[in-house]
Design a protein around this ligand. Structure first.
Ligand SMILES: CC(C)(COP(=O)(O)OP(=O)(O)OC[C@H]1O[C@@H](n2cnc3c(N)ncnc32)[C@H](O)[C@@H]1OP(=O)(O)O)[C@@H](O)C(=O)NCCC(=O)NCCS
Length: 173
């Protein structure tokens, strides 16, 4: 995977992690929705965020991922991330926008710009979006980004049984 990933949209920049982002990544990760829906991406300390960021920076050099990119406002504020994570021999998209920045369309704007770029880099034509049934905001993001619901049912999600929705986004029909 080539380095220096950078996507610019009208309001956002999607770029690579740098070590100095650890404190903001820690703070962003603490909100209620993230604790509820993505508990294993909550960093209780700056040190924990720092360790993860350093690991993710190393991943940029490889081909196996995960490929996680911070999302910044054009003013430079770090508001969350988008990611592509391997699931078996396929890939899943993920995202978080910190609570104080939600409901402004930032996740949808970031994901829409991220999909063609990351799918091109990974050489894939489809990518999964998997979320809890009750994660209404996340489902809405996937739907706004042209994902299609493939299946809905009970299954394991972050170590617990939940209703789960599996969406897929395809470049080709
Ligand atoms: C899911 C998340 C990324 C959404 O970020 P965001 O920047 O607010 O997303 P957007 O503004 O692009 O879109 C959110 C949509 O959900 C809708 N929404 C949010 N909460 C809602 C609710 N409780 N009921 C109905 N719709 C809701 C918004 O109205 C918006 O839809 P609209 O544009 O049609 O009005 C953010 O809430 C988050 O990070 N949550 C915690 C982490 C997470 O769940 N990640 C996904 C794991 S699968």
């Amino acid at each position: 995977m080539a380095s220096n990933f950078m996507i610019e949209t009208d309001r956002l920049m999607i770029t690579e992690f740098r070590a100095e982002m650890a404190e903001q990544v820690h703070l962003n990760s603490l909100d209620e929705d993230n604790r509820k829906f993505v508990p294993d991406e909550v960093f209780e300390t700056v040190e924990e965020a720092d360790g993860t960021i350093r690991f993710l920076m190393e991943c940029y050099q490889g081909t196996e991922g995960p490929f996680v990119y911070p999302v910044l406002l054009r003013s430079g504020e770090n508001i969350g991330y988008v990611q592509a994570v391997p699931v078996g021999d396929q890939w899943e998209v993920g995202y978080h926008i910190a609570a104080q920045y939600t409901n402004h369309g930032y996740a949808s704007e970031a994901v829409m710009a991220f999909l063609p770029a990351i799918m091109d880099r990974l050489g894939i034509e489809r990518i999964w979006g998997i979320c809890r049934e009750d994660n209404v905001a996340s489902r809405r993001v996937l739907e706004k980004c042209s994902f299609e619901l493939q299946s809905q049912g009970t299954g394991m999600y972050h170590g617990q049984q939940h209703g789960i929705c599996k969406y897929v986004y395809s470049l080709k029909e």
